[in-house]
Each structure stands twice: as C-alpha cells, then as structure tokens.
Design a protein around this ligand. Structure first.
Ligand SMILES: Cc1cc2nc3c(=O)[nH]c(=O)nc-3n(C[C@H](O)[C@H](O)[C@H](O)COP(=O)(O)O)c2cc1C
Length: 357
C-alpha cells in the first residue's frame, strides 16, 4: 500500500514524500503586494513538505481579494518573490504559486476598482477591506471581450511566477473565487458561451488552464477545485456532470495535477478519481471545518486513490509536519487569532518538535 512517505514524480519534480502544504493566505505581504523576508523564512521552515503550494497570489489589480496579500503582476513583485523561492530551494524544497483571482469577492477599498464577476450577482458575506469587514459589493459583469483577458491573466502571472523562481503554479479554481464563480449556476447567469450549459460554465476554467499550460508547460500547471462547495454563496447544479466534463477537458491538457477539496460526498469524489487519469491531490477536510487534516485522513485518501494529500492548518503550527507525521509525534495546535494577522507572531514563532522536552 502507498505510504505518505513514499517518493513521487510530479511533472519534472521528484517529491521526497506525498505531503503537500495546502495554500494558505496569511496576509503578511508588504505594501504593493510584495513578498517579504518573513515569508521566505516561513516557507523555508516548511521545506520538508513534498510540495509547498503558496498562499493565494493575485494575478492583477482587480483580482486581489483581501488586503495584505501578495501579487505577481509587477516587476517589483517578481523580484520580491525570488528570495522566497530561493530560500525554499536552498532548504531542499519545492514550491508552486497559487494564482488566485477573487472575482466578485473583493472590494474597491482594497483595489481601487469595482470587483468583476461573470454576472452582476453579489457574493454572500462580508469581505475584508482595509477598514474592516464590509458586505461584498455588487460586481460588474465582465463583457465578452474581457473574459478571455481575465482568463489569460492566470497565464501571465504564471509566466511571472516561473521568472520569480517558482517550480510551477496552481490555479485557484475553488472556494467561490473567480473560476469557481464561472463554474457556478447562480453566480454565473451569462447567456453567451461562458455560461448556461455545463460546457459554457467550464469554459473559463479550461481557457485559463489552456493559456497557462501554453505559457509555462503542462508539467508546471495544476488546479484546485472544490466540487459542490458553497463559499461566498456559490451554488453548482449538476456537480458530478459539471466536474466530469471539466476533468475530461482538462485531461486533454495533461496538467501536473488536480487538487480536490473534499467538499462533495465521497462517492462523488471517488467517481472523479476514476475520471481523472493524472495526478490527484486531495485535501480531505472541509475548509474551516471543525477537524483539520491528520494522518488518519491522509492514509484513508491514499487508499481511496489520491496520489498526494494536502495539509493546511497542521502546517501553521508544525513547520516540521512531515517529521511529526512520520514519527507519530504530537501535532501542535495553531492560534487562530494569528491566521491573518500578527506579523512574525504565530507565523515564524512555531518551533520544530523538541525531543528534549
Ligand atoms: C488561514 C487559512 C488560509 C487559507 N487560504 C487559502 C488560500 O489562499 N487558497 C486556498 O485554496 N485555500 C485556502 N485555505 C484552505 C486550506 O488550503 C485548506 O483547504 C483548509 O484549511 C482545510 O484543510 P486542513 O484541514 O488541512 O486545514 C486557507 C485555510 C486557512 C486555515
């Protein structure tokens, strides 16, 4: 049986184990969306992961969802990431950038621009802004000529990510952000070729992936999906049909991986495993759910056909998570108060396991 500690070949990379660090927004970028020395230290501390997926990174100004997140759309941002990727590589690790376009989950106080989405349908919930949480504003519907431009923004950010030293990118197609808004049947009310039928709703995701594969190569391109998830008010009709169609189209592009969140029933997810011929990464828990991913979940999903398993919250307080999992060592709890704030506190302050303790 496959073990979490078996090596794995992912595209051109040799992963020493099957533990992936899941993407986590930590809101610690500097002004101008710049990566910082603290971010380099944070990711380097976690370099024993088979693969690190970075926090969500905006591909353009309008795509920024939260204040304090980093970007990959200016030369300064590219330069700021080089010490981060360099530190991870010097520590023996591998890192993909998660390209995250927030779409309607954004605010003009954060970006200076009215948020955009497939249709003029407002997200449910409060979004973060520089002056605190505020109700999500109504987005502007992208016109037909703008949709391909936004799809290509993922590819442009991917090119910059490679320039910045990342080993690849993961498109954020999950959790109610732009790609997920297009997949949705209530956020996407378009009547052109980007909405309506299943074929229309998957088109934006497929075009963003095709452009990215074209820009940096299939072996360096992955995507994260959350079948059936309802974040920010998105609903998806026909979940099995929608994701079967999407994975079938994506398979033609032969990307490095699909990263599924366990947001649908297990029978839906295992059926998607059978549809997907390539590498499958699974995140076994519900985002923000009560239970964080543990060794038991990982072993179970390796048994159900996952090739790699991603751990989110467990990585926050356990920089040496791989060693702790391998040794059956205690998993330290993270302080939720510092998930999205606190500077280096709750970020660089969690130690590796102390055998002397
Ligand atoms: C602080 C925090 C920030 C997150 N930011 C992102 C993000 O930027 N992109 C993303 O796809 N998921 C994000 N997530 C979701 C995680 O990747 C993961 O799916 C979730 O935490 C459930 O997995 P876990 O039980 O292993 O933590 C975030 C989760 C947390 C706790």
């Amino acid at each position: 049986m496959t073990s979490l500690f078996d090596s794995y070949r992912l595209g051109g990379l040799a992963l020493p184990n099957r533990v992936v660090m899941a993407p986590m927004t930590r809101v610690r970028a500097a002004a101008g969306g710049l990566a910082t020395p603290s971010m380099a230290a944070y990711y380097a501390q976690r370099a024993t992961a088979g693969l690190i997926v970075s926090e969500g990174v905006q591909p353009n100004v309008v795509g920024q969802s939260n204040p304090g997140t980093p970007g990959l759309h200016t030369d300064e941002q590219v330069a700021s990431w080089r010490p981060v990727t360099g530190a991870v590589h010097a520590s023996g690790g591998r890192i993909f950038a998660q390209i995250m376009h927030g779409g309607r989950v954004s605010h003009h106080e954060t970006t200076g621009l009215r948020p955009v989405g497939p249709s003029e349908v407002t997200a449910v919930g409060d979004v973060f802004t520089p002056s605190g949480p505020q109700p999500a504003p109504p987005p502007r519907a992208l016109d037909a000529a703008e949709v391909p431009v936004q799809a290509r923004s993922y590819a442009e950010a991917a090119r910059r990510a490679i320039d910045a030293g990342f080993d690849g990118v993961e498109l954020h197609g999950a959790n109610g952000y732009l790609i997920s808004q297009f997949l949705s049947s209530n956020a996407n009310l378009r009547t052109d070729g980007y909405g309506g039928s299943v074929a229309g709703r998957i088109r934006f995701a497929v075009e963003a992936m095709a452009a990215t594969v074209d820009a940096i190569g299939a072996a360096r391109t992955g995507i994260r999906l959350s079948p059936g998830a309802t974040f920010w008010g998105v609903r998806e009709s026909d979940v099995p049909e929608l994701y079967t169609a999407l994975l079938t189209e994506l398979a033609r592009l032969e990307p490095a991986y699909v990263h599924l969140e366990a947001t649908a029933d297990e029978d839906v997810l295992t059926a998607l495993r059978r549809v997907w011929p390539g590498t499958l990464v699974v995140n076994p828990t519900l985002p923000m759910g009560a239970k964080q991913t543990g060794r038991d979940d990982a072993d179970r999903w390796l048994g159900l056909g996952a090739d790699l398993v991603s751990f989110g919250r467990a990585f926050i307080a356990n920089p040496d998570l791989v060693e702790r999992l391998r040794g059956g060592l205690p998993i330290a709890p993270a302080d939720e108060a510092t998930y999205y704030q606190g500077g280096d506190a709750g970020y660089l302050t969690y130690p590796a396991y102390s055998y002397a303790a």
